[in-house]
Each structure stands twice: as C-alpha cells, then as structure tokens.
Design a protein around this ligand. Sequence first.
Ligand SMILES: [Zn+2]
Length: 338
Amino acid sequence: MGLIEQNIQTVPEIRLDEKGIAHRIRIFEDPRSPPMIFFSKRALARYKSRFDVLNQGIAKKSAESFCSMICLLLGRELLMTNRFVGAAYIAHAFTKFRAARSPDADIVENMLQAVRESNQAAIINLFVPLAHEIGHLGRSQALAPAEIHSDTFFDTYRISHEEIRYLIGDLDYASCQEDQNSPLFLPLLKEEAISDWFAVTAVFALVARTSREFQLDQTFGNLVMFPLVAALEEICIKEWRSTKFLQEVLLATQCRFSLLIDSIRANARYLFPRNHSDIDEAISAVENNYQEALGLLWQASIQLRALSREIVHFSDAEVSRYISERTHKDQWLPSTTT
Ligand SMILES: [Zn+2]
C-alpha cells in the first residue's frame, strides 16, 4: 500500500480554477514539470450538494422525502437546460419542504474551513472526488493491484448480483459487460473501480498524515458515499431512465462498493496492523448502513420514475396548471400592481 508513495514521486500542483464550470478537475501534463491540477469551485459545490441530499435522505430513512429532495435537484437541472418541465418537479418538491440555498463559493469555503480544522469527514469529502479524477490518469491506472486486472473481476459481477438481487431482481449482467452504453461495460467499470482504489489509497495516506486520531467509522462511512453519489447522479438527476438502466447502475455501484471495501480493509490493516478487530467491526457497520442507503436510493428512484411518467411529457400549459395548483401564495414574489 506504500505503492502510491513509491510510485508517484512527482507531487501534482493543485490550484483553484475560478472560471471552471463543469469539471471537478482539469489536469495538464507536461513531462518536464509536475502535473498541474485545476479544480473548479462550482463542480465541487455540486458534488457537495448531492452528497448532502443523499445524507439527509439516509438520515430521514424515507424514500418519499428523499424523492422530493431529488425532484428539487432534477428540476433545477432541467430548468438550466431550458426545459420548462423542471418547474413542475420543483413545485412537487415544494409540497414537501422549503428549499434553502447557499452560493457555491460559500459551500466551498465551508468545506475548506473544515479541512483547515483537520475535520476528517471534510478532508475525505474534499479530496476523494479530486483523487478519484487523478485515478483516471493512465499512470494511476497502471498502479492498480493485480487482482483488479485479473479474471477475478468477473466474480465481482456474480457475487454483487447475488447480493442485491433481493432489491433489483434478476439482471442479465453478462451481456451488459460488452455493451458500451452500459455502466457495467467491463473496461469502464474496471477503470472506475481502479480510480476508486486510487482515491481510497491516496486519502488514507493523507488522513494518516494530517490527523492525530483516526476515526475508523467516520472515515469508512464517508469513503463509501462516493459511489453512492455517482449512482444518485446517474439514476435520479437525468431526465428519463429505464428500469433496466436503474438495475445496471445499482449493480455497477455494488461492484464498486465491494472492491472499495476490499481497498479500505487493506489500507486500514496496512496503516494500523494491530487493530484488525476494530477494523472489521467498523467495516461491518459501514456495510449495513450502505445496504440501507442503497435500498433507499432504489426506492426513491422507482418513485421518481412513477412521478416522471406523469409529468415529464407535460405541455407548457399543463406545467403551469401543475405549478399553480401546488405552490403556496407565499412562494410568489409580492405583487407590484397595487
Ligand atoms: Zn470516475
């Protein structure tokens, strides 16, 4: 596990990209100098807001309120791409709760402040997405442990399918392994799994270096949120997804999770060789919480689909009626015609 320390001698230079919009990071590689990494505030803030929605959904243990929060994210996404129907999703969310919004710059500043105070959860939430992107670089991929590259990867599909069959039902995952458009496409899933491995290894090294005390439960819990946020993005914050696609995303997430747990266990044992039983205990607690979160995500995505079946094809007039029927009068700007 000292792999990264041994192999990446050049430490990248990390800078904030004030103008960046979509990307979490942009990497400039020049063989003569260390790689330059730019990360965008807006993309980090987006990741954090999805993370918070997922966290709140898990805390509430209610697929219905989770679905409403997702409607707010989806609605905003649709409106930002000029799809008026997004307003109907937002009106639906408003029937359940009122939204509060922080500017991107404030979200990122809060993240950075918590990192400065050596808050472990904050360090993980900031650096996992960045380290994951760095994990996509060719030289990071090349560092992956041999078992990820070997045929045992096929067992991961089979075992993961067994594990979540109770939730998603049967899925012909073998044909998806060769389908370029599927999240289960073998080269794609493998690359994501390696990037996760890279992120876990890098962040463990970072936390071990910056914190005096290692909070196992919290660290593990935050690490496994990353693939869940990716799943949330894929199945809920897109306009329309077939049930089969939802199944594929969940299975891909489960595969990533099982490899992530292996990486977490290996890294933790490498750093804390005497704490094996504490590590195993913390891992089984995280596994239980994760299964609960995955179940909730699946149920929320099914509810969202049922709702979308109704409103995604609304005409503009139907959207207007839907909104005016559902929003409270205090949600409109005060009238200026008096
Ligand atoms: Zn990735």
